[in-house]
Write a protein that binds this ligand. Structure first.
Ligand SMILES: [Zn+2]
Ligand SMILES: [Zn+2]
Ligand SMILES: [Zn+2]
Length: 366
C-alpha cells in the first residue's frame, strides 16, 4: 500500500480515515458545539444577518445552515425571520414559520383561501408548523370543503398538519404526533442506563437468521422521560439487518415485560450485517442527555439520535396509524444509523401508541 493510501487517524477520536484533519463526525460535532456556545448577542446578530440576506436562504448555503442550526441548537424564536421571509414570498424551509405573528399567519391563511393558490403545498407546511387553533380550524374546514388547488396535492390536510407535529380527526379534534420535549442520545462514558441503544438478544431473526437486538431499552421511570408516559421499562426488539429492508416492524410491548416483534414485508432473507458491524452496533456509548434539548435538535448539522421532539425526515414525514385503535402514533425516537455503524445510510423512526402498547419502526434513506 502506498503512503497516500494509508489510514490517518482522526486527531480527536482516532477513527481511521483517508484524509487529513478531523473526521466527518468530529467536524459536525465541533460545528454543533460552536452554535451551542454562542452568546445571546451572537445569536441576535446571526438572526439579523439571516433577515438581511433572507432571499439567499433558498441557496442552501450559509444563511440556510445558520438558520437550521440556530433552530436546532438555540431554539430560536423565528417570528422576525418569518416576517422578512413572508415579505419576499419565501416559504422554505417551512420551519421559518414555526413562530409567526398573527398578521403573517392570517396572510398565509388568506393566500390559502384563494381557489387558485399556487403555493398551497408550501403554505400548508408553513402553517402546520405554526399549528395554532385558527390554523387547525382552517385546515379542518378546507379538508371538508376543498378548494380547486386540493387536486394538485397527494394527501389530505390532516396529513399536511402532521408535518408540523399534530393532526386532527373526523370531528376536527386535534392531537399531537410528536412529543414537545426532546432529549438526545450522545456518546458518553457517563454511567446512565436510562436509555440503552443496541443490546444483543439470544433470539435470531426468523427471516434472515441475524441476531436480534433491542434497538432501544427505555426506562420510563426516569423523571426526564416522564413525558413519554411509558410506566415502566420498555424493550424495543428489531432485526438490525431486516430493519432497513422491510416495510416496517411492529412491536407489542408490556412495561417491565416481554416484547414481541413482527417484521412486515421483508424485501430479502439475506443477512448483510457482518459480525463486526453487529458488535460495533451494540458497543456504542450512546447515553441519554442530562438535560432537555430543543425540539428541532434532530434537524441540525449533526446526525443524531433523539427521544421525543421532531425528526429530520429523509423522505416525506410519515406517521403510522396504530393497528389496534387506529389513532395516529407519536414519534418516540429517530435514530441515525451512522451513529451506530460508521458509514451507514438512513434513519430509523420509532413511533408509539402508549394506549395500546404498540410500537412501529420503519426506515428511510436517500
Ligand atoms: Zn473524529
Ligand atoms: Zn432479519
Ligand atoms: Zn393504539
Amino acid at each position: 500500500m502506498t503512503k497516500e493510501h494509508q489510514a490517518i487517524p482522526c486527531p480527536d477520536c482516532n477513527r481511521e480515515k483517508y484524509f487529513e484533519g478531523l473526521c466527518y463526525w468530529c467536524k459536525n460535532r465541533k460545528e454543533r458545539e460552536r452554535y451551542q456556545a454562542m452568546t445571546d448577542k451572537e445569536v441576535v446578530s446571526s438572526i439579523t444577518n439571516i433577515i438581511n440576506k433572507i432571499e439567499t436562504i433558498k441557496e442552501w448555503k450559509d444563511v440556510y445552515k445558520d438558520f437550521c442550526n440556530l433552530l436546532a441548537y438555540k431554539d430560536i424564536d423565528t417570528t422576525e425571520i418569518a416576517e422578512a421571509a413572508f415579505k419576499k414570498e419565501i416559504f422554505y424551509p417551512h420551519t421559518i414559520y414555526r413562530n409567526v405573528s398573527v398578521n403573517v399567519r392570517d396572510k398565509l391563511i388568506e393566500m390559502l383561501l384563494q381557489p387558485d393558490c399556487e403555493e398551497a403545498s408550501n403554505i400548508l407546511m408553513c402553517l402546520a408548523l405554526c399549528g395554532d387553533d385558527k390554523v387547525k380550524d382552517t385546515f379542518f374546514k378546507l379538508e371538508k370543503n376543498p378548494l380547486p388547488w386540493r387536486k394538485n396535492l397527494f394527501v389530505d390536510l390532516s396529513i399536511y398538519a402532521e408535518s408540523g407535529g399534530w393532526t386532527f380527526d373526523e370531528q376536527g379534534e386535534k392531537s399531537d404526533v410528536i412529543y414537545h420535549e426532546c432529549y438526545s442520545l450522545q456518546k458518553s462514558n457517563r454511567h446512565d442506563n436510562t436509555v440503552k441503544a443496541g443490546t444483543i438478544l439470544k433470539d435470531k431473526c426468523p427471516i434472515c437468521d441475524c441476531n436480534l437486538i433491542d434497538i432501544l431499552t427505555i426506562d420510563g421511570n426516569d423523571e426526564r422521560l416522564a413525558f413519554l408516559q411509558l410506566k415502566g421499562k420498555v424493550h424495543i426488539p428489531i432485526c438490525p439487518n431486516c430493519a432497513s429492508m422491510c416495510e416496517k416492524t411492529i412491536i407489542r410491548y408490556a412495561p417491565d415485560g416481554n416484547s414481541t416483534m413482527e417484521i412486515i414485508e421483508a424485501y430479502s432473507d439475506e443477512n448483510y450485517l457482518s459480525e463486526k458491524e453487529l458488535n460495533k452496533l451494540v458497543s456504542n456509548k450512546l447515553t441519554l442527555s442530562k438535560t432537555q434539548k430543543p425540539i428541532f435538535y434532530a434537524c441540525g448539522i449533526e446526525e443524531t439520535c433523539t427521544i421525543g421532539g421532531h425528526a429530520e425526515w429523509i423522505q416525506d414525514w410519515q406517521y403510522e396509524t396504530c393497528p389496534e385503535c387506529e389513532k395516529k402514533m407519536k414519534l418516540l425516537s429517530s435514530i441515525s444509523w451512522n451513529e451506530l455503524i460508521d458509514g451507514s445510510d438512513g434513519s430509523l423512526y420509532i413511533e408509539i401508541c402508549t394506549d395500546c402498547h404498540i410500537i412501529i419502526i420503519f426506515h428511510q434513506q436517500t
